[in-house]
Design a protein around this ligand. Structure first.
Ligand SMILES: Cc1cc2nc3c(=O)[nH]c(=O)nc-3n(C[C@H](O)[C@H](O)[C@H](O)COP(=O)(O)OP(=O)(O)OC[C@H]3O[C@@H](n4cnc5c(N)ncnc54)[C@H](O)[C@@H]3O)c2cc1C
Length: 478
């Protein structure tokens, strides 16, 4: 069977683009989910592909999917492998389809400011090419060097500019994708139509279970001519949240508005900007084409912060954060084993957001035995006109050496935060997706809706080929 599979894949993409095991298991051993990294390091990888394949055209992707159906072999799509929830791990073996060889801009429509881009292009390369023409995609995830356009769409990602420009689902007009049975489809060219359900949005966030995205038509913008920065210290998180709320409901749109609690301000933010900070701190950035407009917007927002008892800090703090925004996600700053790390990122409306913040952080602190010295830094970013995201970033500097014990400690702290946030009225999650880490909570979030989702999965993927078992979709029960 393995030989037959490899022979068929080689006939489609050529031997140079087929990676059999054991090399496939080495190259695709884990994404960036802490447990996937820890398990791979312990010689027990969650991801165990039999073969990886690197198609160069959408037609090849479709052919590969048809072969997988014929031989009943599962497929897991792989973008940059930067996901932090474990979604890209090939936990049921089979084929990994690595999409990074499909990495070009296909066309740019300067009149409509639209672009068709291959799914395997990294966000960094896409943005760099656009910037040369004075354009921007405005989707700036902190993982820009790894994350692909297709992976961002599949995991429903968000970038640091989302409070003004939106999340990935707001950037995408249409997608080209291969169905789980191997048909190549392009959705209608615009998302604003009344011709039935929106197929594009069904695929966004589906984490490889409903189709393989091969290209997308996305919105572009001109690079801004002006940026204005501001920073404010608040006595407590409540005042900072109120300032953020008033800014958003008033219709102002700061691309960057990040409110750090006092732990995050004094640790992660202070380290990033090399300034001592001790109280909840908000950094803001406004941008746009017309300098007068940008300055006016910033002035109104800064006045709101002052009305909410915010004290002016040097704007240089926000400017330095902006300049260094990617640095702190990579070595030597990124956590490494034997630490345990992870982020509970949840979203809620303004009515309950303060309660969500307290419930989540208190539950995580209470769940970690003191001897492990939990570091918990929380901020609110990705604001909406109705609410915001709470991003509780945990790090246990030295976890148990035994993998099962380390996992038990991770689960105890991480899921305490997840459950407390849901109980307080939050929704999972803002932008990190579901993966293996949050799959057990799909039922709690969707209730009977899981049956509808499983029926969709069964209808589209009768042979259960694409990422079987992921997202807790259980077509076999339908
Ligand atoms: C340091 C760091 C910082 C991060 N910062 C952010 C951030 O600011 N914002 C954010 O949103 N996320 C962030 N993430 C998480 C991660 O980068 C995102 O989830 C990203 O969208 C994943 O993209 P990827 O190409 O790496 O996808 P992968 O991790 O390879 O895959 C993610 C999921 O999508 C599926 N998939 C991948 N490509 C396709 C495709 N073409 N078609 C169908 N399914 C596909 C995979 O099977 C998997 O289920 C961060 C991660 C790290 C490690």
């Amino acid at each position: 069977m393995a030989a037959k599979l490899i022979e068929k894949l080689t006939a489609i993409v050529g031997a140079a683009n087929v990676v059999p095991e054991p090399e496939a298991r080495r190259q695709y051993a884990n994404d960036q989910y802490w447990y996937a990294i820890a398990a791979a390091a312990a010689g027990q990888p969650l991801s165990r592909p039999d073969v990886a394949v690197k198609p160069t055209t959408p037609q090849q992707v479709a052919q590969i999917v048809r072969v997988a159906n014929e031989l009943s072999v599962p497929i897991t799509p792989w973008g940059g492998g930067s996901g932090v929830q474990g979604a890209a791990n090939a936990d049921r073996s089979g084929i990994v389809i690595d999409l990074r060889a499909m990495n070009r801009i296909r066309e740019i429509d300067l009149k409509s400011l639209l672009c068709v881009v291959d799914a395997g292009m990294t966000c960094r390369d896409f943005e760099a090419e656009l910037n040369q023409q004075g354009l921007s995609f405005t989707h700036y995830p902190a993982s820009t060097e790894w994350a692909t356009i297709g992976g961002s769409i599949a995991a429903r990602g968000s970038g640091v500019l989302s409070s003004k420009y939106g999340k990935i689902e707001d950037h995408v007009l249409s997608i080209e994708f291969v169905t789980p049975t191997g048909e190549l489809i392009t959705t209608p060219s615009v998302p604003r139509h009344a011709a039935g359900p929106e197929l594009t949005q069904l695929l966004i966030g589906s984490e490889g279970t409903l189709g393989i995205v091969t290209a997308a038509s996305v919105k572009l913008r001109a690079l801004p001519k002006k940026r204005v920065f501001g920073a404010f210290a608040f006595e407590n998180i409540r005042d900072g949240i109120e300032a953020g709320r008033r800014i958003m409901v008033s219709g102002l749109r700061p691309p960057v508005m990040r409110l750090y609690d006092h732990h995050a301000a004094s640790h992660s933010l202070a380290r990033a900007v090399e300034v001592e900070l001790h109280t909840p701190t908000m950094i803001l950035m406004f941008d746009g084409e017309y300098p007068e407009l940008v300055e006016l917007e910033a002035k109104i927002a800064f006045d709101i912060c002052r009305e909410c008892k915010g004290k002016d800090l040097p704007s240089k703090i926000a400017e330095t954060w902006w300049e260094r925004r990617y640095v702190f996600y990579y070595p030597p700053y990124a956590p490494e084993l034997p630490s345990i790390w992870g982020t509970v990122d949840v979203v809620s409306d303004f009515k309950v957001i303060e309660a969500v913040y307290h419930a989540t952080t208190e539950a995580m602190r209470a769940a970690c035995p003191p001897e492990y010295g939990l570091q918990l830094n929380t901020h609110l970013s990705h604001w909406y006109e109705w609410g915001s995201m709470v991003y509780a970033r945990m790090k246990i500097p030295k976890g148990p050496a035994n993998l099962a014990e380390a996992k038990a400690l991770h689960d105890q702290v991480f899921y305490a935060g997840v459950e407390a946030s849901m109980k307080a009225g939050a929704v999972l999650n803002d932008h990190h997706g579901v993966g293996m880490r949050l799959a057990p909570y799909m039922k709690a979030q969707y209730g009977e809706g899981m049956l509808a989702l499983s029926r969709i999965k069964k209808g589209l993927d009768p042979n259960n080929i694409l990422c079987p078992g992921k997202l807790e979709l259980t077509p076999e029960l339908v």
